[in-house]
Design a protein around this ligand. Structure first.
Ligand SMILES: [Zn+2]
Length: 166
């Protein structure tokens, strides 16, 4: 995996896998043309960083709380470089109607949607996008399935989506 930095609105450096970064930047540009605003706030995290975040959540509300709101170290999509946490301005439009179709067009999906908690094992995280590539992004969006359901149907593993960068 090749990680490449992206500078966000706060002038912070966010690391993303190369193809994911490219797709994100193209999407952002397109969104801005449509009058939508988006900003990346978190990308790649090392196992150690995830461990720290997890510990912080435990201190905040105990282990059960931590497990509900934070991926266990070793199980976070952020460790793959394919996940990006974003902020967007819903004043500019509804997430479902306006943002999600653009996410899909560029190969991003809302990974933990509302109402799918039993399947994903996560509380809704409307800010957490996962890069799956354009083809699958559109397919998943139009199917209304979660990644788990989609994969089960296809009998593929999440890692198969994006070819290993060279
Ligand atoms: Zn996230």
């Amino acid at each position: 995996m090749e990680l490449v930095p992206l500078i966000n609105h706060q002038k912070e450096e966010i690391l993303l896998e190369k193809e994911t970064r490219k797709a994100f930047l193209a999407m952002k540009e397109d969104m801005e043309k449509e009058g939508l605003w988006i900003n990346a706030v978190s990308g790649y995290r090392s196992r150690e960083e995830q461990e720290l975040i997890f510990q912080e959540k435990i201190e905040e509300g105990g282990r059960e709380y931590a497990e509900q709101y934070c991926a266990l170290p070793g199980f976070s999509e952020h460790e793959t470089g394919l996940a990006v946490d974003v902020e967007y301005d819903l004043l500019f439009g509804d997430l479902e109607m306006r943002y999600n179709p653009v996410f899909a067009r560029y190969g991003f999906i809302e990974r933990y949607p509302e109402g799918k908690e039993m399947i994903t094992g996560y509380n809704p995280e409307s800010w957490h996008l996962r890069y799956v590539g354009e083809e699958y992004g559109k397919e998943i969006q139009s199917s209304g399935l979660t990644l788990e359901e989609f994969l089960e149907r296809r009998e593929e593993k999440p890692g198969d989506f994006v070819k290993e960068p060279d």
